[in-house]
Design a protein around this ligand. Sequence first.
Ligand SMILES: Cc1ncc(COP(=O)(O)O)c(C=O)c1O
Length: 385
Amino acid sequence: MNFLKKELENIKNKGQYRELTYLKGSQNKYCSFEDKKVLLMASNNYLGLCDDERIKKVSKDAIDNYGVGSGGSRLTTGSYDIHKKLEEEIAILKNREAALLFNTGYMANIGVITSICNKEWIIFSDEFNHASIIDGCRLSGAKIVVYKHSDMKDLKQKVKLYKGAKRIIITDGVFSMDGDIAKLPDIIKISKDNDIWVMVDDAHATGILGEKGSGTEEYFGLKGQVDIQVGTFSKALASEGGYVAGSYELIEYLKNKARSFIYSTALSPIVVSAALKALYIIKKDNNLRKNLLNNSKWFQEELKERGFCILESETPIIPLLVGDEDKAMKFSKMLFEEGIFIPAIRPPSVPKDTSRLRITLMATHIKEDLNFVLDKISYVFKKLK
Ligand SMILES: Cc1ncc(COP(=O)(O)O)c(C=O)c1O
């Protein structure tokens, strides 16, 4: 066991030791971290639906109707009508023939990549793809070709260099740490010109991008062009669980092959019914999404006007670049003292010297909240210098 201690010391010495902090109450714009009330500017609960009364009610009803656990894997005793209903609804939102639920977005990526790709495959993967894509690629045994982040010239060159009958490009739809949107029109063109599959992980785009909140494809007007759609209900959809959407054959194949689907107990009816209700809400009401994105635009302009270096985005994810790890940590800590929670994101989650505050907006934030944050960020930044 000595090596565990040594490795922990090693992590501490590098300043990369991670610890859990505990929230009290629901995931809303005001929450308490160990008795300190703060304004939350860091949640993936983008539409503020985690604490929505309509969603809480259906989850309570689900307990009365189904109990709390699903009791088995989907292929044994764990499939309920609401699992099927949620799969049908997400397939409709994604404009696909069918969909399959996984227990998390992480498991969806692992399941789909490892069941399709093997050592005969070449995977072209954006360097900023989420860890679950990276892990899925590694586990699959395929040849992994990483292209520079959203660099279409690099992707094209690598596609020319690495030939083969079984090739796939995998990208996040919205990149989680940078908030930018994948260059899907270019990716689709490269894939069509070279007969390559495309898989998009729309974890941060579903419910956010596109007129109906369908995601990156809809945002670019490219409906139906992506071969494999992956996502999660854990962000804008305020619940839990991942999904893959695609052709009927793809989904049947995954039911038979994806180990993270086959060998895991089905999602609890509580979270499934919550996700289903959230889907209904976002389908009916696109004002939540529109206000959120307008606020994000406004907030970014204000930050720029105050001289901050941000990565501009068309999403609710706004990275405020700090660079130095320690400075980013201190910035975050001082904001916390001032009543605002924005975590510092450091390597290995982001490249060296790009440590940042990852600000995310929620639909429940109003201008008054955002002005408060702007003032505090300016105040703390001056003190930091
Ligand atoms: C791009 C991306 N894909 C997948 C996941 C994993 O989803 P889940 O939290 O449902 O496991 C996340 C975040 O958690 C993500 O940011």
